[in-house]
Design a binder for this molecule. Structure first.
Ligand code: ATP
Ligand code: MG
Length: 272
């Protein structure tokens, strides 16, 4: 399908869970999935995907934090900012180009961790990190490959040019007003950055009344509902025991989400 999708949302809303659920569903559809973890604090993503060990962060491959900080600093003092900073020599990075130590998993599902850079320069440093931005831009997705990005919580990373290299930005919404408000901001920022916002996945639903209410609130905000994951005790247990996200209990819901997502991506692609 050759797509790059990013999953965003409020801290703890279930971004990584949705990333894993999508990864399993795309695998079921014979896609080779690359999960890109852009959030170092996300220590559980590998086990959620059934991958034994996390890979080494890509930031170490491109010189490490200190060197990138130095390069960024040089860029800022020269007035060019970090936009022109280049860490990879090649113009394109294919999955097979990623050094072994920095990619873990099987052929069907693999994980890379970009490793984010903290706010070194308040106000101008990209919290998502130059590594993530350049990696996503240069990542080449071939036939039957999918990249799914687990974004850092919140919305601070928007407007830094990452989104333009994505086919779809999805937001995860749990039943709270704050989560809805983040979804609304995410949509605005994604679109104002010229990127394609696909819609929201509703998560952790425990009652039909809450689901209806969330759908209403999303509609009011002009946000497409891509589907819903119930609050599953099995997922709580996976989170507690560190087991892979249970793709059996989420199978039907995941199928609906991916069907709707692909429809929206197709429609968006036509309207560009
Ligand atoms: N649908 C669900 N039903 C039950 N538990 C869930 C569901 N979705 C997520 N959880 C649980 O909620 C917790 C947070 O989920 P997850 O780690 O996916 O969130 P996150 O948004 O990635 O968090 P962070 O911002 O810390 O990265 C986990 O323990 C997970 O198992
Ligand atoms: Mg997470």
């Amino acid at each position: 399908m050759e797509m790059k999708i990013a999953v965003c949302g409020k801290g703890g809303c279930g971004k990584s869970t949705v990333v894993a659920v999508l990864a399993y569903e795309f695998q079921r559809r014979d896609q080779q999935v690359l999960v890109v973890d852009s959030d170092e604090s996300n220590s559980g993503l590998h086990w959620m995907l059934g991958i034994e060990n996390p890979p080494k962060p890509l930031i170490d491959f491109v010189g490490g934090k200190q060197e990138i900080q130095n390069k960024m600093f040089t860029g800022f003092t020269a007035g060019s900012g970090d936009a022109s900073l280049s860490l990879w020599r090649q113009n394109e990075i294919a999955m097979d180009d990623i050094p072994e130590a920095h990619i873990e998993g099987t052929n069907r599902s693999r994980l890379v961790v970009t490793g984010k850079i903290g706010r070194i320069f308040e106000g101008c440093a990209c919290p998502m990190g130059v590594v993530t931005r350049e990696f996503l831009k240069k990542l080449r997705i071939d036939d039957n490959e999918m990249a799914i990005v687990d974004m850092e919580a919140g919305i601070e990373h928007f407007g830094r040019g990452i989104e333009s290299s994505l086919d779809a930005v999805i937001v995860v919404v749990e039943p709270s007003l704050e989560s809805l408000s983040i979804a609304e901001k995410t949509k605005k920022l994604t679109e104002s950055g010229g990127a394609r916002f696909a819609g929201a996945v509703i998560n952790k639903i425990r009652s039909e009344a809450n689901r209806k209410r969330l759908i209403q609130e999303l509609t009011r905000r002009n946000i497409i509902e891509l589907g819903c994951l119930q609050y599953h005790e099995a997922l709580v247990a996976d989170g507690l025991y560190g087991s892979p996200v249970n793709s059996e209990v989420t199978k039907i819901e995941a199928g609906t989400i991916v069907d709707r997502l692909l429809d929206v991506i197709r429609i968006n692609a036509r309207s560009v």
